[in-house]
Design a protein around this ligand. Structure first.
Ligand SMILES: CC(C)(COP(=O)(O)OP(=O)(O)OC[C@H]1O[C@@H](n2cnc3c(N)ncnc32)[C@H](O)[C@@H]1OP(=O)(O)O)[C@@H](O)C(=O)NCCC(=O)NCCS
Length: 149
């Protein structure tokens, strides 16, 4: 399937990714990776490191997925969008969900929201995620959200 809003991140995008990740408005919601951690994930088959882009190719953010093979889950490791509230994050997550639904080895998407951020949880709910409890997946201090695909 051809992606519309996502393309693979290149090493030349890592400054862009780090700037977004470290921006204080985003840093309070997402974990921080070093440059070398981002670069090593580009060639790690367990990770999908994507630039979110407009149809004309302009960079709008980034999205990282991680395969959790034994549990047949695809984790949304991180999503950050530059200009918020314009439908970009929704479009990127719908695209990932659509791709995952065409894969027989993936049955759930999962993600973690720091604390219990009501706005973020509402955002993910509108996309089809729901709050979930799972002994093996629960992380203290985070809310686990899952979606069947
Ligand atoms: C969360 C994020 C990826 C959402 O992407 P986005 O492009 O801003 O979201 P969309 O425009 O597709 O949002 C769709 C709706 O959800 C709402 N929404 C999105 N994020 C929200 C938030 N954090 N709090 C409250 N509402 C939110 C939007 O306002 C919009 O509402 P509307 O349809 O009534 O206008 C983006 O806001 C972001 O990068 N935030 C900082 C990093 C972050 O929090 N990442 C997720 C960590 S779990």
């Amino acid at each position: 399937m051809k992606y519309k809003y996502l393309r693979p991140t290149r090493e030349s995008d890592i400054d862009y990714v780090l700037n977004l990740e470290q921006n204080p408005e985003n840093a309070e919601h997402v974990d921080q990776w070093s440059r070398s951690h981002h670069i090593s994930s580009l060639s790690n088959p367990d990770f999908g490191h994507h630039i979110i882009k407009s149809e004309s190719g302009e960079r709008l953010g980034y999205l990282i997925t991680r395969e959790l093979a034994p549990s047949r889950c695809l984790k949304i490791q991180r999503i950050v969008v530059e200009s918020k509230g314009r439908g970009t994050g929704s479009a990127a997550l719908r695209e990932i969900a659509n791709v995952a639904s065409n894969r027989s080895d993936i049955v759930h998407l999962i993600l973690y929201v720091r604390g219990g951020d009501i706005g973020l949880i509402k955002f993910y709910r509108t996309l089809g995620f729901d709050i979930s409890n799972d002994e093996q997946l629960d992380r203290p201090g985070y809310t686990l959200l899952t979606m069947d695909v």
